[in-house]
Design a protein around this ligand. Structure first.
Ligand code: FE2
Length: 374
């Protein structure tokens, strides 16, 4: 049996004030967002709700130690509903604030214990890439294990996902580029996942087409006009979220995790670093069986990019390079010796994501990819 779950309910608004008219904040609400967002959009609407600046607890991406500190301090505040407004990290943290905080995060993420939902949750994305608002997944760096883990459980689904156009207006270009490339990675990886179902494949395909059509449109009109297309990218991200929420991401996500954990490279940027390299490795290892999933991906991409099927990957790479250049690993001051350490960590700790690739990844495949982009 193949299942496909679409949760939560989704509401769309043009402005923050329209959203707050329908979802008035109360003294039992905890609003998690950035200080900048608070100053610009939320302060005047907050009323008796408690605002928490995400950066008070997290410097880069969320870690287990910082999350535990946040849970401990917030346990003194009585709240029944969490409203997370921000990028993927803020949404992921908000998901962990609505479950019983007496459970050890390490146990939770290693799936030794089930999460218990205790509060309501509203998620509002301010980037166009994570799709986190519609998934039951939260990603956290577990310091004791030196890598990131994803917890997927229905207790983490929002009650409502709210899309507000106004909040996308001042998204900087580099954040737009990295987050939309994360969405494209979700769409492609979920399409190639062995857990894909006929419904998830349709959603993945739709997201791939939507995102690529908009990248082509953007490069034709000039990337500086990206704000005109943010709503289209937001929809692409949402559909990709449904797809990977049901069929999983794969090795690109797994291989990128050490960059986020150790070097605090933003999630979308680190995924982009490896996306083309992993697809090239699939190309080398594909058995070229006609009608294979990989073959279908080639056809979909070639059709949108208006190129020959055997030129699909080069054409895709050239298109994405017009959006943002790929940074080589040495530019983050990563040493060549660390590549073995990264390989070992990914191979041992990211088996779920490695198992959702188009081919089975062993240590040599992972190391080869790190060396390719070094
Ligand atoms: Fe992602």
């Amino acid at each position: 049996m193949a299942k496909f779950k679409i949760t939560p309910e989704i509401a769309t608004y043009k402005t923050v004030s329209q959203f707050i008219q329908d979802f008035p904040f109360t003294s039992r609400d905890l609003v998690v967002a950035s200080k900048r967002l608070h100053e610009k959009y939320l302060k005047k609407h907050l009323g008796p709700a408690t605002f928490i600046d995400f950066r008070t607890y997290f410097e880069g991406e969320p870690t287990s130690a910082a999350m535990e500190k946040m849970q401990q301090e917030l346990s003194a505040i009585g709240y029944d509903r969490v409203i997370g407004i921000g990028g993927g990290s803020i949404l992921d943290v908000s998901k962990l604030l609505v479950i019983d905080n007496s459970i050890s995060l390490e146990y939770l993420f290693l799936k030794k214990i089930e999460p218990v939902r205790t509060k309501e949750l509203i998620l509002v994305p301010t980037t166009c890439g994570t799709g986190s608002e519609v998934t039951n997944i939260s990603v956290l760096a577990i310091e004791s294990l030196n890598t990131k883990y994803a917890l997927a459980h229905d207790a983490l689904f929002a009650n409502q996902a709210v899309m507000i156009t106004e909040l996308l207006h001042d998204l900087p270009y580099d954040v737009f580029a990295a987050s939309s490339l994360d969405a494209l990675t979700h769409a492609i990886e979920s399409f190639l996942s062995p857990l894909a179902s006929p419904i998830s494949l349709t959603q993945s395909r739709l997201a791939i087409e939507l995102l690529l059509e908009n990248y082509v449109g953007l490069t034709n009109m000039g990337v500086e006009k990206y704000r005109e297309k943010l709503n289209d990218f937001l929809m692409g991200s949402l559909v990709a979220g449904w797809a990977f929420g049901n069929s999983s991401c794969g090795p690109v996500h797994g291989i990128s995790y050490p960059l986020g954990t150790k070097y605090h490279v933003p999630h979308g940027e680190s995924n982009y670093t490896f996306l083309i390299a992993v697809l090239k490795q699939y190309a080398d290892l594909d058995d070229y069986t006609k009608q294979s999933r990989y073959d279908k991906l080639k056809a979909i991409v070639a059709n949108v990019l208006d190129c020959q099927k055997d030129e699909w990957l080069e054409t895709l790479e050239q298109l994405l390079l017009k959006i943002i250049p790929i940074k080589r690993l040495h530019t983050y001051d990563i040493t060549i010796e660390e590549l073995d350490e990264f390989t070992e960590s990914v191979y041992n700790n990211q088996k779920r994501l490695l198992g959702c690739g188009y081919i089975e990844f062993d240590r040599d495949h992972i190391l080869e990819i790190y060396k390719t982009v070094y």
